[in-house]
Design a protein around this ligand. Structure first.
Ligand code: NAD
Length: 329
């Protein structure tokens, strides 16, 4: 399928990835007709006047039927989530996103939606495979036997499974991507839901501006991750939706770095060197995680490739512009 005139809705469009996805799809000539989020419009990171922007709580079933009315393709990104600090302390809240996923799938089925995209996460992977920083990249089959991240990961794994059975039992075409640590402009960088790349940018900017050249790092800094710039994420999301791949697919960068190396990158961008204080009892997630991109390469002949330094430069500059010009906040 190549998206052309299909009527498309993006759920979670007021958020970081959803906001970028609407912009990317519109730029690619896709017929996005509706953007939905629970947040008041003035708190959406990005908004397009060319689409119908609806403020709806998608945990509510009736609202999901409104969101899916006269729609052929749904991108379902709405979820209560954040970085490790948020998901480790809000497990029940994260699991309540199951209401959104359940009701959106039911509405999509009953409204005759043709294709349904679900944004899953690398947090579905078995924790036993992520115990050391020198990781073997995670393959799609490593999600089973199941031992996902408590709360958030269990909800994602369950909802992936629902997508599979809605396709098998009801014929709703579903596509699932497992996003690995997405970062970029127009996203959260403070308030408690921010993830490591944005949090580190904010801390470096604050240290530089205040002259107090120190930074607090969660964990001992040796934990490893890969980080995908949001442009790769939105490109891959559209490609997976358009593909014939019925199984969950990794969508992540395979450029592995330690958190210390991520801080090195940001320090270099900022032109400062900071004293590092390690907060060993802070939430830090698994010790190591990387994306095995064999399958996406095989299926799409493509994998995320934006270099960390390039993506982080754009992210840093955007966060700095927001923090240093209060009127822009
Ligand atoms: P985000 O928090 O910026 O966006 C999610 C949006 O969903 C928010 O704007 C929020 O208001 C909205 N939402 C939450 N509950 C809702 C509800 N009941 N009804 C309607 N809207 C609701 O997060 P994001 O980083 O853009 O993530 C988008 C999706 O990708 C999420 O499903 C997330 O779990 C998944 N994901 C993200 C990452 C990442 O690194 N950012 C990694 C893996 C998976």
């Amino acid at each position: 399928m190549k998206l052309t005139n299909e009527r498309v809705a993006v759920c979670g469009a007021g958020g970081f990835i959803g906001g970028h996805l609407v912009q990317t799809l519109l730029k690619n000539g896709v017929n996005v007709v509706r953007a939905v989020d629970v947040k008041p419009l003035d708190r959406w990171y990005q908004k397009s006047n060319d689409v119908e922007n609806l403020v709806l709580d998608l945990r509510d079933k009736d609202n999901c039927y409104k969101a899916a009315e006269d729609i052929q393709v749904v991108f379902q990104l709405a979820a209560d989530m954040g970085g490790m600090g948020f998901i480790e302390n809000n497990k029940a809240l994260c699991m309540l996103s199951v209401l959104t996923n359940t009701h959106m799938l039911m509405a999509a089925k009953d409204r005759g939606v043709e294709r349904f995209f679900f944004s899953s996460s690398a947090c579905v992977y078995n924790g036993d495979k992520q115990k050391t920083p020198d990781v073997i990249p995670l393959k799609e089959e490593d999600a089973y036997p199941a031992l996902p991240e408590d709360g958030y990961g269990w909800e994602k794994l369950f909802s992936e499974r629902m997508c599979r059975h809605f396709e098998e039992d009801y014929g709703l075409q579903t596509r699932v991507a497992r996003y690995h640590n997405v970062y970029g402009t127009f996203g959260t960088y403070d308030g408690g839901r921010e993830k490591a790349p944005a949090a580190i940018c904010r801390k470096v900017i604050q240290a530089k501006a205040s002259g107090n050249h120190q930074i607090e790092i969660w964990g001992d800094g040796s934990q490893t991750r890969s980080f995908m710039y949001v442009d790769d994420c939105t490109y891959g999301t559209q490609a997976i939706l358009e593909s014939d791949i019925h199984e969950p697919l990794n969508l992540g960068s395979s450029e592995l770095v330690t958190i210390n190396q991520l801080v090195d990158v940001v320090e270099e961008i900022a032109g400062v060197e900071l004293k590092r204080n390690y907060k060993l009892d802070a939430p830090k997630g698994v010790n190591g995680r990387n994306s095995d991109n064999t399958k996406i390469l095989e299926y799409l002949g493509w994998e995320p490739s934006i270099r960390l330094k390039d993506g982080m430069t754009k992210t840093y500059e955007w966060i700095e512009s927001r923090m240093l010009i209060p009127a822009a906040k």
